[in-house]
Design a protein. Structure first.
Lengths: 386, 511
């Protein structure tokens, strides 16, 4: 006997799952979210908080553009603060190589009709006081900005509950029951939950949850790191990319910057993956000091790590397989925070109407039909021996 | 990268004893201690709760180096072999990180620690590590606790014994256990007036003889009292208002006493410094009688992680340890010998157990019950609007309300309906979650001065045993280090050239 039933069960209380849950509940649906840990306990509460129109990734642009529009409405919509700041994103070049990227990005953006402005070093130092004198040039994208990850994911969770949604935290999904090409229920650590529709938005574990029903979702988990400094007086409120880093100055004043090598790992279905830091945080600190030499003496007070999943083409997957036909796969390929509001909209559209007005044709599973099962080994996207 | 057979972190009683034993067995030992700490860090109450009560001498780094070295030499005197064996001592050097290969981190070139002085940082590999990092002060918020002059017993002890740089005239001590009485005695020996010792209990827990001795020095003992407020001028404490409390820890109106003092020293408890052990993922268990989360270890002071040993307060603190340094010293000797033997050295064997004592002799077993009562009495006397997290200026009532930080100036019906209680209906108590939402513990001291207070508050609000409140995560750097100190000044060209950009099809991605 199921312990609960819902029209829609969503696996994963990250920002993708909870944004989907929110929009479905808002459409009047009876929704349950099952999360193995706490809301935002994984990547969704640990990321850099960057939000942009993703000019570099054509397949993502429709989703990203819609997301930026939605972000601007979220505080009012949800009733909780997300710390969204809509001051745009700036990408600066401190080397000839990065300057090359700047030209490519600019052309991409223009080709896709995205607002972009090329900046010279003096314009940049007006926007980002204290920026490196080595800055050669940059781009300003007016649409975009940043938000506080934990606050945003919690805002979706609370607003979802306010609409009557049920959220099971500390409850892991351990199995998927299928009958006649349809998922009938999910097995959890507190019992079965019956559903008409199931959304697997479980980050890296989505692949394991898909495997259970014979669907291959090619993603590899990786660990990435980020550092935080002590608070500074307000310097800039634009999301900043440059010198191999991405980051922002938080509302409180701390600089939060990440970047550098990631490490491929494996995860299992129900446990909390270890997320240690490494001495890489020193190299991140160095790059940050080079990027913002004026504040090179601000103390680093913390670092952390998070787990993201990557598809072979570094793009999200949002799709309904042929079978089971009431099962939506959602993985973000490390783009998931910025695009989360539109991801939720799309998932809600797919459940309600079987299709979405937002173009996600580049994000379906069939793009991997030629992929061999040993693709991770072939690319070396596997954990090192130790 | 430098590599050492044995690194001992902490040159206190236990670490020094460990280093000496291992050196006597012929093992090359590196002994690291962060004293003297840079004044910038001391000013942030890191690593100890100094409460701005260090005098200007602390700024004289050369002099401080001398004094700290002299303190260590004094410990060496008895054993000249050690000096001959040549323990490599690195003072003014903190350990801010510890890393080893594990499930999701496999690319390290062996276990290593991150070190820094006031100018630069570097990494060091080790074969064996002895963590002898001592303990830190338990700190509770009360009205006026953000004034200069509110400090901790270990901070005071350190400023008196290591630095000879405590600039206090007249002290009020909170805590009538051995810790408080010893602190009082030490202050008096250093020419500081001790105006009062305060305890919430109806009698002083500490030794009778000591209490009587102190009383004869014009120190008032206030039992069944708590602090209502520290009153200041220009940011400095000038007086302390005490109030009598009833059996329910409620203040009794009209019993206030104003005591002239420039310093309030919290000597209610000490908390083992387990940060490095936590980064290394050593097994930790909650033992109230030992001050909270402590590493599990065997009788050779081996932790659950191969090659990592622990000794002294870091292995668990009880009050008898301030009275009898032999306890920590003995643990240090055992750890030193065990580490040496595990490296293949021959030793003269383990010393007979000395100073260890049975449960009843150690001090209170339910330490956190006493802490909880203190916290209650302080809240009852001054209300919930005093800071629990001083760095971020978060009050107890803001934590209970799960309020977004004030600077967001957020107001909404929806938010008003949410608080810690509603959150607890969804989720067992989780300090990491509360921290991210309220920001309590996210400041420069990284929760060093508010962890216990927040954990006790959460236990209370959730009706959970304090032992079941999970440990809020430790992360490197364990000390606030400037970008241009923690950065590698010897970064290789390879790292520079192969720095990948965020996962992107256009860029080279490192395995
Ligand atoms: C350091 C870092 C920086 C980043 N920076 C950015 C950035 O600046 N901008 C950006 O857009 N993106 C960024 N990302 C990526 C972004 O955080 C993720 O893509 C996004 O959070 C994914 O959200 P999600 O909900 O899909 O997955 P997750 O956040 O991983 O959530 C999945 C949830 O599913 C739960 N789960 C897993 N298995 C089960 C199970 N069996 N049963 C129940 N629940 C389960 C997990 O506990 C988890 O909470 C960054 C990520 C990291 C780690
Ligand atoms: C009030 C009071 C009175 C005392 N009276 C006496 C006394 O009369 N006689 C006596 O011998 N002892 C006395 N002590 C000291 C105490 O009893 C013992 O020293 C203690 O029990 C245990 O010593 P330890 O070696 O474990 O820690 P500690 O002596 O505290 O030494 C730990 C050392 O590790 C260092 N450290 C910690 N973390 C790091 C890091 N990350 N990097 C680098 N260094 C680090 C600390 O700075 C410190 O120097 C007193 C202590 C107090 C609080």
């Amino acid at each position: 006997m199921p312990v609960d039933r819902a029209e829609i069960v969503i696996i994963g209380g990250g920002v993708s799952g909870l944004s989907s849950a929110y929009f479905l509940a808002k459409a009047g649906k009876d929704v349950v979210v099952v999360e193995k840990g706490m809301v935002g306990g994984e990547a969704s509460g640990r990321n850099g908080g960057m939000i942009s129109e993703r000019t570099d990734e054509p397949a993502l642009i429709p989703l990203a553009v819609e997301s930026v529009r939605l972000w601007a409405t979220l505080d009012d919509e949800l009733g909780f603060p997300t710390e969204f700041i809509h001051q745009g994103r700036i990408q600066v070049a401190v080397s000839e190589e990065e300057m090359g990227d700047i030209f490519t990005e600019r052309d991409h953006a223009q080709r896709h009709g995205i607002s972009v402005e090329q900046l010279d070093p003096s314009q940049i130092s007006e926007l980002i006081p204290g920026i490196s004198g080595r800055t050669l040039g940059g781009l300003f994208f007016a649409n975009g900005g940043h938000a506080n990850p934990q606050r945003a994911v919690q805002a979706f969770a609370w607003a979802f509950q306010d609409l009557g949604g049920r959220l099971y935290q500390n409850t892991a999904v351990t199995g998927i029951n299928v009958k006649d090409d349809k998922v009938t229920s999910v097995e959890t650590t507190v019992g079965d939950i019956a559903a008409d529709f199931v959304v697997a938005a479980a980050g890296p574990q989505t692949a394991l949850l898909a495997d259970m029903v014979g669907v291959h979702v090619p993603v590899a988990p990786a660990r990435v790191e980020i550092i935080a400094t002590a608070p500074l007086d307000p310097l800039f409120d634009i999301a900043l990319v440059g010198n191999g880093l991405y980051g922002r100055q938080a509302a409180r004043g701390n600089l939060l910057f990440g970047g550098g090598a990631h490490e491929w790992i494996d995860v299992d279905l129900t446990s909390d993956p270890a997320k240690p830091n490494t001495p890489l945080i020193r190299n991140i600190a160095r790059r940050l000091a080079e990027l913002l030499p004026a504040v090179a003496d601000v103390p680093v007070i913390r670092s952390w790590a998070g787990i993201v999943e990557q598809a072979p083409d570094y793009m999200p997957i949002i799709d309904i397989p042929d079978s089971p036909s009431n099962y939506i796969i959602v993985t973000a390929s490390a783009h998931g925070f910025g695009i989360a509001p539109a991801t939720g909209k799309v998932v809600s559209d797919l459940v309600l109407h079987g299709k979405s007005d937002i173009d996600i044709s580049g994000l379906t599973l069939n793009r991997f039909s030629d992929l061999t099962p040993d693709w991770r080994q072939n690319r070396g996207w596997i954990p090192a021996h130790h | 990268m430098e590599s050492r057979p044995l690194v001992v972190v902490g040159a206190g009683v236990s670490g020094t004893a460990a280093a000496i034993e291992a050196a006597k067995a012929g093992v090359p030992v590196t002994l690291i201690d962060e004293n003297p700490v840079p004044t910038s860090m001391a000013g942030l109450n890191v690593p100890l709760f100094f409460g701005q009560r260090f005098n200007n001498v602390l700024r004289d780094r050369a002099l401080m180096m001398e004094r700290v070295a002299a303190t260590n030499e004094a410990q060496y005197e008895a054993i000249s072999e050690a000096e001959e064996a040549g323990v490599d001592i690195q003072l003014g050097t903190c350990v801010w990180g510890a890393f080893r290969n594990s499930q999701n981190s496999r690319l390290l070139d062996g276990p290593q620690i991150g070190l820094a002085d006031h100018e630069r940082s570097w990494m060091m590999k080790y074969d064996r590590l002895i963590v002898a990092t001592g303990s830190r002060d338990l700190s509770f918020g009360f009205a006026g606790c953000d004034l200069a002059g509110a400090m901790g017993a270990n901070g005071a002890h350190s400023l008196m014994s290591r630095y000879q740089a405590l600039s206090a005239q007249r002290m009020v001590i909170l805590g009538g256990g051995l810790l408080g009485l010893k602190t009082a005695k030490m202050a008096l020996d250093n020419g500081i007036d001790v105006a009062a010792i305060v305890d919430i209990a109806p009698s002083m827990r500490g030794e009778k003889t000591l209490a009587t001795l102190l009383q004869s020095k014009a120190t008032e003992l206030y039992t069944s009292h708590t602090v209502k407020q520290a009153v200041g001028n220009n940011g400095d404490i000038q007086s302390v208002v005490l109030v009598e409390i009833d059996d329910n820890l409620e203040p009794i109106a009209g019993t206030e006493k104003v005591i002239t003092a420039d310093t309030v020293c919290l000597a209610i408890g000490l908390v083992p410094n387990i940060e490095i052990l936590s980064l290394l993922d050593c097994d930790l268990t909650f033992k109230s009688e030992l001050g909270g989360y402590v590493p599990t270890h065997d009788d050779r002071m081996r932790t659950s992680v191969y090659g990592v040993f622990v000794a002294g307060d870091a292995a668990g603190f009880h009050e008898a340890m301030v009275h009898n340094p032999d306890i920590a010293r003995n643990q240090g000797r055992i750890a030193g010998i065990a580490a040496a033997e595990s490296l293949g050295a021959t030793t003269k064997g383990f010393p007979p157990l000395k100073g260890e004592m049975s449960e009843g002799q150690r001090g209170p077993t339910q330490v956190h019950t006493i802490w909880k009562q203190w916290l209650h009495s302080l809240a009852n006397a001054a209300g919930q609007d005093t800071f629990a997290c001083q760095c971020e200026e978060i009050t107890r009532s803001e934590i209970i309300g799960l309020e977004p930080p004030r600077y967001l100036e957020w107001e909404s019906e929806q938010m008003n309906r949410r608080n810690l209680q509603t959150q607890l209906k969804d989720n067992p108590v989780n300090p990491n979650q509360v921290k991210r939402l309220t920001r309590a513990g996210t400041g420069t001291c990284q929760g060093r001065n508010c962890r216990e207070q927040v954990a006790l508050l959460l236990a209370e609000e959730s009706n959970t045993d304090i032992a079941d409140v999970p440990l809020s995560t430790y992360r490197p750097p364990l000390r606030p280090l400037p970008l241009n100190v923690i950065w590698p000044d010897d970064e290789s060209e390879d790292v520079r050239n192969e720095w990948p950009k965020w996962f992107s099809p256009n860029n080279k991605v490192l395995g």
